[in-house]
Design a protein around this ligand. Sequence first.
Ligand code: NI
Ligand code: MN
Length: 225
Amino acid sequence: MPQARFLGHAGVQLVHEAHRLIVDPFLTGNPLAAADPGTIEADFVLLTHGHGDHVGDALAIARRTGATIIASYELAMLCAGEGAAVHPMHIGGAHVFPFGRVKLTIAHHGGGYGPDASRYTGPPVGFLVTLGGRTVYHAGDTGLFYDMKLIGQLNTIDLAFLPIGDNFTMGIDDAVKAVEFLRPRRVVPMHFDTFPVVAAEPGEFAARVQGAEVVILRPGEKLDF
Ligand code: NI
Ligand code: MN
């Protein structure tokens, strides 16, 4: 049975048998970080977009562990230039890796790497990751979009990670609607409380979601799914 561990902010570790994946490992400088970037192990690092609170420690982790970074073509090329092994993909495309399948979805947001986000990293994405017979949807940073309904129709989502922090992404109102569109079995709120501007009350989200089980994971907590 695969296991997800919430690393804080949008960081998620997925483990199944010998396979170890990390999504958006923003640990250094993250007041809610639940892992040590100097010792965390990974075979693959998935990056939703180029912003610093998502690329985070990915390059250092990839260089130390030899993990392959999976990202949009543009962001993957940037990471390759920084010494990481990469597997570029793009929106709508899927690929079968040793651990399972990854498909990239749209996300409505920005992209850009560096202190002023000026290095081009292509459009942001979300990930559908299927491993151990389960499908995880990590929305990345995004506003609500109606195609979530299509993503829900075409995929049986066992576990969804959705941002609720507002300001940069969906807030609670829109994230509740996203659950209605996606129809996941379980949903974990993310991208809130890391900084004052994204403060949100996950209990309010849990109280308002219908048709899915809301699991509020504190940073470091794990969920078998
Ligand atoms: Ni962002
Ligand atoms: Mn973000």
